[in-house]
Design a protein around this ligand. Structure first.
Ligand code: MLT
Length: 260
């Protein structure tokens, strides 16, 4: 369904019934990346799976898209759907958005699952790299971004079919959306100061072979969040939810079940 919020059209899918769980996708994908979780969890939960602004079937307004703006979109979406409180699952860029949502609307977040992500801002070098990638998207399109990023998103042994499937999801996105998110991620603030104050249940998931937000970095995150648990997903890189959905879903399902 489409909702009109914050001056744009946002596309979202909803599945199942029960406690509400919001799944926030990674860059440069869309809500379509959550299909393995939809299949596993829709019997037990109300899953809300948006395409962030600039991605999938959502509108592609001019960027940059600050993580706070993406979080405001989701808060407005939850208002439209009549969902006061939600469990949030955010992978990578989805994690940055989840932390922005938590900063602005702590009372709306019932539990948090941060996957393959970090709380720290970009280094100057990372910011410069983002600008180059934004220009690459604008001049050569989404397929150039897919070509450049896919090797880092997946573990080296990932199946060719999975690679092809993700490439398709990436290539359906528009260059302006990709560039808008890159410039927005480059602007994101440090969220580390939020972590010691979290008093909700928190689960951290990381692909054992994630080279973008490696297990060692996720362990630092876990040590900063009181009472949080970290699960390493074997045989997976950065996109752990699609690379090893069985292990990812088992950990996520157990966590969601424990807070129900
Ligand atoms: C993602 O998967 O969302 C990106 O790797 C995040 C980033 O580029 O920082």
């Amino acid at each position: 369904m489409d909702v009109h919020i914050n001056g744009i059209r946002l596309h979202t899918r909803e599945y199942g019934q029960g406690a509400a769980v919001l799944l926030i996708h990674a860059f440069p994908l869309s809500g379509a990346m959550w299909q393995p979780q939809v299949e596993a969890l829709a019997d037990d939960y109300r899953l809300i799976v948006p395409d962030l602004r600039g991605f999938g079937n959502s509108e592609v307004p001019p960027g940059p898209y600050a993580m706070e703006t993406l979080a405001e979109d989701l808060a407005a979406l939850l208002d439209v759907l009549g969902v006061p409180q939600v469990g949030i699952v955010g992978l990578s860029m989805g994690g940055y958005v989840a932390l922005a949502l938590l900063r602005r609307y702590p009372q709306r977040v019932r539990a948090l699952v941060l996957c393959d992500t970090r709380a720290t801002p970009d280094t100057d070098e990372a910011r410069a790299g983002r600008e180059l990638n934004a220009q690459l998207a604008e001049t050569q399109g989404a397929s150039a971004i897919a070509e450049k990023m896919l090797p880092n998103l997946l573990a080296p042994g990932a199946a060719p079919e999975l690679r092809a499937h993700l490439r398709q999801i990436i290539e359906r996105n528009q260059p302006q959306g990709i560039a808008g998110a890159l410039r927005g991620m480059a602007m994101r603030p440090d969220s580390a100061e939020l972590l010691p104050h979290l008093s909700i249940p928190v689960l951290l998931l990381v692909g054992a072979q994630d080279s973008l937000s490696p297990p060692a970095e996720m362990r630092t995150l876990q040590q900063a969040i009181p009472g949080s648990q970290l699960v390493e997903i074997p045989g997976a890189g950065h996109l752990a939810n699609v690379e090893n959905p069985a292990a990812f879903n088992a950990a996520l399902g157990a966590f969601l079940g424990s807070i129900a």
